[in-house]
Design a protein. Structure first.
Length: 256
């Protein structure tokens, strides 16, 4: 049994259900399906990476810590406040937001494992997180999940928010790779990038008139990254392929 592919399929299925079910008017089961699929994905990934469970735990924990600081002191994201999930909050931070940090960290880790090996992954995975948030934030603001006290250049979202996302993400990945150095060299096929692409689907599905454009722009950039990487791999394989040098070799069967 291919544990890694099963893990990726499970996470992919979770994102698909999370984008389809809300269209039928059932938000709760949609979020639950993603959570269950994510947990099963992590479990199936354990034979390949024994410490992978630490990543979403670190992501949620560090995400919560920075969210708590952000809500109360406006750092590092900027000044904002949540408008929903009051009954499902922990010290002012919505529980769904805390869980989402862990799920997205895990998803971006898989995607970055296809894009790059080694220490560079510490910097690339946070960039994928920022690109994802460039779609999430405008949609959530338009849907009334939270609001910013000051407007910003990215469709009303301040640049400090994305710097904050990068800070949280790179802190998480640095700690994770310190605890699990062997994961830094592990690589996946292009299939590992698919859950990241599909994580945009629930965002696009819930986007309004004003937030659909930034969500689409971010999604197109995510597709472009996959296309660029696949072209890079194709070019590399062509360059490494054995080629005819053009030297004429004598035919041993030919009589002179």
């Amino acid at each position: 049994m291919n544990w890694t592919k099963t893990s990726i399929v499970l996470l992919t299925t979770g994102y698909i259900l999370n984008s389809i079910l809300p269209c039928t008017g059932v938000r709760g089961p949609a979020d639950l399906s993603l959570l269950v699929s994510f947990i099963l994905s992590v479990i199936f990934m354990l034979p390949f990476s024994k410490k992978i469970f630490l990543l979403p735990l670190l992501g949620s924990s560090i995400g919560f810590l920075f969210e708590y600081i952000g809500v109360n002191y406006g750092f590092p994201f900027g000044s904002y406040s949540y408008l929903r999930f009051e009954k499902f909050s922990f010290y002012g931070v919505p529980v769904p937001v805390i869980v989402a940090w862990g799920i997205y960290m895990y998803t971006c880790h898989l995607a970055s494992s296809y894009l790059i090996r080694g220490r560079g992954r510490i910097f690339v995975a946070p960039l994928l997180m920022v690109l994802l948030d460039m779609a999430i934030d405008p949609v959530m603001v338009e849907n009334g999940a939270w609001k910013w006290r000051e407007s910003g250049i990215w469709f009303g979202i301040p640049i400090t928010n994305f710097l904050g996302w990068y800070t949280v993400s790179i802190t998480t990945f640095c700690l994770y790779f310190i605890l699990s150095k062997e994961d830094m060299e592990r690589a996946f096929s292009w299939h590992a990038y698919i859950p990241y692409l599909l994580s945009f689907l629930p965002i696009l599905a819930s986007a309004g008139q004003n937030s659909f454009i930034p969500a689409c722009i971010s999604f197109i950039f995510a597709i472009a990254i996959l296309f660029w990487k696949s072209q890079q791999k194709t070019l590399k394989s062509l360059l490494l392929a054995p080629q005819d040098s053009g030297v004429l070799h004598p035919d041993p069967d030919r009589k002179t």
